[in-house]
Design a protein around this ligand. Structure first.
Ligand code: 13P
Length: 248
C-alpha cells in the first residue's frame, strides 16, 4: 500500500445505464493510447454498475459505488451492501459525500459504520470530508474535517486501505475551487490527522469544481494525490484533460 494518484468520476444522479456504458467504452478507447500510472475510477448510479462493469471487461479502470449500506444483508429496504457491489467488480465506494450528509442526514457515526462495512467487505472507502462556508468563515474548517475523519479512523482497523477526499462543501458544483494553497494546507493537515504510517499510505484527493482549467495547478501539488470530480466527469471530453493533468 502506498500513495497512488487517483482520479474519480462521480456521476452522482446522472447517466442512465446505456449512457454510462457508452461513456465507459469511449473512455477506455481514449486511454488506450495514453497508458499511465494513474488509477482512474468511475462511480456510476447503482443501476448502471452492471453495464459499466460489463463494458470495462478487464480494462485498467476501477469501478466504484457512490454509497454503501452499513449492514451486510437482511431487512434493510433500499440498501446495497458490499457483497452486492463486489458481485459486479466494484473496488471502491464513496462514503460520507457531503450530499449524503447534508441531504440525507448521514452523520459521522453512520459514515464511520459505512466505511467500516466497506473495509470489512473488501472494498476501499473513499472517505469524503469537508467544511461548509460558514464553518470556514468561523475558522472551524480544520476542526470540522478532523472530527469527520477521526470518526472513520476510530472505526477502521489500522492498516485498512482507505482513500480520503477533501471536498469543501462551498466548492461543490459552485464553480468555486479552493485555492491551491488552501487545498494544500488542508491536505497537509489531513495527513497529520491520519498519523505517520496511515498518512504515508493514504491518497488524499481534492474535490469541488475540478475541471480542465483548475486541475493542472491542483494536481501538480505534491500534497494533492488526485481528484474527485462531479460535473466535469460527465463527458469524456471534459474528464480526459483532468486525467492527463494528473500524469505528473
Ligand atoms: P463538482 O465537481 O461538480 O463540483 O462535484 C464535486 C463532487 O462532489 C465530487 O464528489
Amino acid at each position: 500500500m502506498s500513495r497512488k494518484t487517483v482520479i474519480v468520476a462521480n456521476f452522482k444522479l446522472n447517466l442512465l445505464a446505456e449512457e454510462a456504458k457508452n461513456y465507459t467504452l469511449e473512455l477506455i478507447e481514449a486511454l488506450r493510447s495514453e497508458p499511465s500510472e494513474t488509477t482512474v475510477v468511475i462511480a456510476p448510479v447503482y443501476t448502471a454498475i452492471p453495464a459499466v462493469s460489463g463494458a470495462l471487461d478487464g480494462a485498467h479502470i476501477a469501478l466504484a459505488a457512490q454509497d454503501i449500506a452499513a449492514q451486510v444483508s437482511g431487512a434493510f429496504t433500499g440498501e446495497v451492501s458490499a457483497p452486492f457491489l463486489l458481485e459486479f467488480g466494484c473496488r471502491y465506494v464513496i462514503v460520507g459525500h457531503s450530499e449524503r450528509r447534508r441531504l440525507f442526514g448521514e452523520n459521522d457515526e453512520i459514515v464511520a459504520k459505512k466505511a467500516r462495512a466497506a473495509v470489512d467487505g473488501g472494498l476501499i472507502p473513499i472517505v469524503c470530508v469537508g467544511e461548509t462556508l460558514e464553518e470556514r468563515e468561523r475558522g472551524e474548517a480544520e476542526s470540522v474535517v478532523e472530527t469527520q475523519l477521526r470518526a472513520v479512523l476510530d472505526h477502521c482497523p489500522e492498516g485498512s486501505e482507505i482513500v480520503t477526499a477533501y471536498e469543501p462543501v462551498w466548492a461543490i458544483g459552485t464553480g468555486k475551487t479552493a485555492s491551491v494553497e488552501d487545498a494544500e494546507k488542508m491536505h497537509r493537515f489531513i495527513r497529520t490527522v491520519l498519523g505517520s504510517e496511515r498518512g504515508d499510505n493514504t491518497s488524499i484527493l481534492y474535490g469541488g469544481s475540478v475541471n480542465a482549467d483548475t486541475a493542472p495547478a491542483l494536481l501538480s501539488s505534491a500534497d494533492i494525490d488526485g481528484a474527485l470530480v462531479g460535473g466535469a466527469s460527465l463527458k469524456v471530453a471534459s474528464f480526459l484533460p483532468i486525467i492527463r493533468a494528473a500524469a505528473k
